[in-house]
Design a protein around this ligand. Structure first.
Ligand code: ACM
Ligand code: ZN
Length: 513
């Protein structure tokens, strides 16, 4: 297979013609719109990494150029890439379309220079491309193991190469807090650090097997703004996740009064689900979380804000006089409705600020808040129920999208993982629209995403190993048109595509390991 037809995710339409375009150090890059600037800057950088050649940007039309041209009737994210002997043209109506055109163009550049040093032949072709889904995400857990910002940018680079457009960033949990909040500096002096971490698998071995090494870290506001802009220049929106009402141990370790019992607690060195959560009967909890969200909204311009909502044990709420008083005062039936009431509060709060709440599918229990969107992780059922009720949905069923699961049923030689069995072929076959949805209901499925929970990914290289190449397959499941998908044909493209990941120094799991 030649390289040009190895593009991942597979474009909607690709037609090959006669002849070649020659790209060299003299090829000018021209834009007739400032909207294409990010795409051009990205292409110049990536082409340099691949070839050692700095293409020049030029304001004037010229033959033999790569030209970015505005075509306002194209839908957002759509693009046309035309490679002809006399020049290359990328047409789009928005920055993201130009960016995806540039990504596809880069994937057409051969790795070697077969016609001599510094010249590459690109095949004549025409691509018309459009994504199937508007939400093509990966979720990164930077709590269980903290990754430096430089690596987060590398991760974003690799996401961009696959036309992912959402980085759902899991920034708070029992084991740490990773966002600088001016009003509550203790969140970064105390909540961001745990004394030590659980060694080995949570399910085997004793309770006292810890590494004895402190672990933690956080991102400053300036760093976060920087990475938001970095991602935006690559067509990626960062959706931050601030967990509530469960997975809150790192917060209540610093502010025990925000729990039902008053503690004391420590930032958790263990993985799992814990009984101590935010007290739903204490008004201070709502003030605290609103303050935090106000600062989060200043950093992250995303339409959606993720509030977690998963795995909130109700044990303490059942025994807590304040929580029980709240249930009574608000006329709620039980603790599930108390959770709904909690989530509804923040749905109203975020909606008033022009944002939208999204949460894991447990937010359905006890009634879903009016504007809330659901991220369906315990399977498809939550997503189906939400879509049938008219709510938007992002599909993230663990069976097909948990990239922290093992990649092969033969676990010999594989790094310790949480469990599961999710081979590349299963990810590739993933279909985000459940069969039980009507065409109208299916419109509520915004898309899907892969999850990288990092309990067992101690280093960024481990995240890369678990993410790739499965995320390459997921990118295609989310971008490319419906079935039939031919896994063997995908594999033949993937073999070529992996050379790009080699160049980017990505520690992916080899295909024939
Ligand atoms: C989850 O895996 N607890 C969303
Ligand atoms: Zn309580």
């Amino acid at each position: 297979m030649s390289q040009f037809s190895s593009i991942i995710p597979r474009p909607l339409e690709l037609e090959v013609g006669q002849g070649n375009f020659q790209i060299s150090r003299d090829t000018p890059l021209i834009a007739d719109t400032p909207v294409a600037q990010d795409a051009i800057a990205w292409f110049v950088g990536e082409f340099y990494s691949q070839s050692g050649i700095s293409l020049r940007q030029s304001g004037e039309g010229a033959s033999g150029a790569i030209t970015m041209r505005l075509q306002s009737d194209l839908a957002p994210e759509n693009y046309v890439l035309s490679i002809r002997p006399e020049g290359v043209e990328i047409r789009a109506s928005e920055a993201s379309g130009f960016f995806y055109g540039a990504v596809s163009l880069l994937q057409c550049v051969p790795f070697e220079s077969p016609i001599g040093v510094g010249e590459w032949q690109l095949p004549t072709l025409e691509i018309r491309d459009a994504p199937r889904f508007g939400w093509r995400g990966l979720m990164l857990d930077s709590v269980r193991h903290f990754q430096p910002l430089s690596w987060v940018k590398k991760f974003i680079d690799v996401m961009a190469l696959h036309k992912f457009n959402v980085l759902h960033w899991h920034l708070t949990d029992d084991q740490g807090w990773r966002v600088e909040i001016d009003k509550y500096p203790v969140l970064t002096s105390v909540s961001a650090w745990r004394k030590q971490s659980r060694v080995g698998h949570e399910l085997n071995g004793g309770d006292d097997d810890f590494d004895g090494r402190p672990h933690g870290g956080f991102y400053s506001k300036q760093q976060l703004r920087d990475v938001v802009a970095y991602a935006a220049a690559r067509g990626i929106t960062i959706v931050p996740e601030i967990e509530m009402p469960g997975h809150a141990t790192s917060v209540i370790a610093a502010y025990p009064d925000l729990s039902c019992t008053g503690g004391p607690f420590e930032v958790s060195p263990k993985w799992g689900i814990f009984d101590d959560v935010f007290c739903a009967g204490n008004d201070d909890v709502f003030r605290f979380l609103e303050d935090v969200l106000n600062e989060v909204l200043e950093i992250f311009p995303s339409q959606f804000i993720h509030v977690g909502g998963d795995e909130c044990h109700k044990t303490r709420w059942k025994e807590c006089p304040k929580c029980q008083a709240r249930i009574k005062a608000e006329g709620l039936a039980d603790e599930n409705e108390l959770q709904s009431w909690f989530v509804r509060h923040f749905d109203t709060f975020l909606s008033a600020k022009g944002r939208r709440l999204i949460g894991w599918d447990e937010i359905l229990e006890g009634g879903l808040a009016q504007n809330a969107a659901v991220m369906s992780w315990r399977g498809e059922e939550g997503g189906v129920a939400a879509a049938k009720a008219g709510h938007d949905v992002v599909m993230a069923p663990h069976q097909q999208t948990y990239l922290d699961y093992y990649q092969t049923s033969n676990r010999d030689g594989e790094p310790l993982s949480i469990g599961g069995d999710l081979p590349l072929s299963k990810v590739y076959a993933y279909e985000p629209i459940p069969q039980s949805l009507s065409a109208d209901e299916a419109k509520h499925v915004l898309g899907g995403q892969g999850q990288l929970w990092t309990e067992y990914m101690l280093r960024p290289e481990s995240v890369e190993y678990m993410a790739f190449p499965r995320a390459c397959a997921l990118a295609e499941a989310l971008w490319s048109s419906v079935q039939p998908r031919d896994f063997d044909e995908f594999l033949s493209r993937l073999e070529i595509h992996l050379r790009l990941l080699d160049r980017m120094n990505v520690n992916y799991r080899p295909l024939n390991k």
